[in-house]
Design a protein around this ligand. Structure first.
Ligand code: 5AD
Ligand code: SF4
Length: 481
């Protein structure tokens, strides 16, 4: 998306020290190498990125793809590509286990294709013991880097291509924000934009602050520039991304609020829809509620992770709000914006969670009546304060609670979602439905999907659709001209 002309770069001298110019230099160097491979093999090398985890990782993967494509790599769906990058997640243990299994599989592919390059990056790589294990047990991995130096892929890859030796570069933290890089956007009509990085909240169960570092906000002008540039390419919906968007701007030289940023994004004419993720309840301001209420473009959807309904557990989690604070916040939001859709994250089986604490969680779910909820079994992450807590919950008890919670969520959310049946809603048409031919899939303001008959040419546009049938977490509908 940033216009970069690699032909203009002087490759005879030393690489520049300044970023992002330094990376442009290495992209050009990689491109020379790729051209040589192309001549030798009779076809260009291919790459694939496999992304685990959240939207932040997806966004990072778009950057990785952008860098590789400008260097001449051709995208491939297959993991038998010349370069395979796993962008990993470590928020829960099962995410790690999945990755280890798949690295083993990559090793077997590399035996068949010895020229293959395997790179690992993302949150898991910010953990020392993970990197030790990979060095010891997976010697065929070629490049390891972390979350802070994603932008340096071209340089790291070039080192590997040249020296044929394993390259490992991990930074513990950074205050650098290097965003002026190519990026391969997955959709032509919607895109994510980072507004901040890292997290300072240190919820006691969460590893994110340790692997993504301290909170850093991007300058507002840079964000607005990026959004404008995206609209020039046809983007009409943006998702503003951060671990805790409500505290955006606090650490900038000229502090500014998230609500003000939203108002500025709304001014960009070609933007039709604005989304954002994730909101921490403790930082959600009345100013933001007011801005959302008066906005024509901000989607009427808030993802507001509650994590638990028990004030005692919330305190142990270091969430800095009580059950009552949360319910009061929901009331303020719903008073101002009655049709808003609320979604949440809930952790079951946090250390010390009693039956009574869990009942409080069920109670808050019943009272808030979420449109949907993501539920997680507590996963012990070493290095976090909660991992030290003595009373870890028996897995069977946690699983049994998890099932009970799912049932309550299904009941309460289906009640809520059914109410939209028969209404006409604006949707962004996203893709052809792969299950039913002739059908398209669109996304409602509240983030739910609706399937309806329609022409492929509507993809990327906003259209009105009548919701005819609610199928739990999605709808069937009809175009309404
Ligand atoms: N165990 C279970 N769930 C967790 N989450 C974060 N850390 C953990 C953990 N250790 C969940 C939280 C967060 C979401 C992204 O992942 O609910 O909001
Ligand atoms: Fe983790 Fe809490 Fe930060 Fe979210 S706000 S990333 S749960 S520490």
């Amino acid at each position: 998306m940033y216009e970069i002309d690699l032909d203009k770069i002087d490759l005879t001298g030393h690489p520049p020290d300044k970023e992002p110019e330094r990376q442009y230099y290495f992209m050009a160097k990689c491109r020379e190498y790729v051209q040589r491979l192309n001549e030798k093999w009779g076809h260009p090398p291919t790459y694939t990125t496999v992304t685990f985890g959240c939207q932040m990782n997806s966004k990072d993967s778009e950057k990785l793809s952008g860098i590789l494509e400008i260097a001449g790599f051709i995208p491939s769906e297959s993991e038998e590509a010349t370069l395979v990058i796993y962008n990993t997640c470590t928020v829960r243990e099962n995410a790690n286990t999945k990755v280890y299994g798949r690295i083993g599989y990559l090793g077997s592919l590399k035996k068949k294709h010895p020229e293959m390059i395997i790179a690992l990056c993302g949150c898991m790589m910010q953990e020392e013991q993970v990197v030790e294990k990979i060095k010891k047990s997976y010697p065929f991995v070629d490049i390891i880097f972390g979350t802070h130096n994603i932008f340096r892929l071209a340089e790291l890859l070039y080192q590997r291509l040249l020296k044929k030796k394993r390259v490992i570069e991990l930074w513990e933290n950074t205050d650098q924000i290097v965003e002026e890089l190519p990026s391969e956007i997955k959709y032509s009509f919607k895109a994510g934009v980072n507004i901040m990085f890292g997290c300072n909240n240190f919820c006691s169960y969460c590893i994110v602050p340790y692997v993504r570092g301290r909170e850093r906000s991007r300058r507002m002008e840079d964000i607005l520039d990026e959004v404008k540039r995206l609209t020039d390419q046809g983007i009409i919906e943006v998702m503003l991304l951060g671990q805790n968007v409500n505290s955006y701007g606090k650490t900038l030289q000229d502090p500014i609020t998230f609500a003000k940023l939203l108002q500025q994004v709304e001014q960009i004419e070609k933007i039709k829809r604005i989304r954002f993720m994730t909101s921490h309840p403790k930082d959600l301001s009345d100013e933001l509620i007011e801005v959302m209420k008066n906005s024509k473009k901000i989607c009427r959807h808030l993802h507001l992770p509650v994590q638990s309904g028990s004030t005692r557990i919330l305190q142990q989690m270091n969430r800095k709000y009580t059950k009552e604070d949360y319910l009061h916040l929901v009331e303020r939001i719903r008073d101002a914006i009655p049709d808003i859709s609320l979604t949440t994250d809930i952790i079951v089986g946090f250390p010390g969670e009693t039956e009574q604490d869990f009942e409080e969680t069920l109670d808050i779910v019943r009272r808030v009546c979420y449109d949907s909820a993501y539920t997680f079994l507590y996963s012990k992450r070493s290095g976090t304060p909660a991992a030290q807590l003595k009373e870890q919950i028996e897995p069977q008890i946690a699983k049994e609670r998890f099932q009970r919670l799912l049932k309550v969520i299904q009941e309460t959310s289906s009640e809520r979602l059914k109410k939209l049946t028969g209404t006409i809603q604006q949707v962004l048409v996203e893709e052809q439905n792969t299950q039913q031919s002739g059908y398209l899939t669109g996304r409602l303001d509240n983030n739910l999907l609706v399937h309806f008959l329609g022409e492929k040419s509507l993809i990327g546009q906003l259209h009105n659709v009548k919701l005819t049938e609610c199928k739990g977490f999605y709808y069937f509908g009809e175009l309404n001209y």
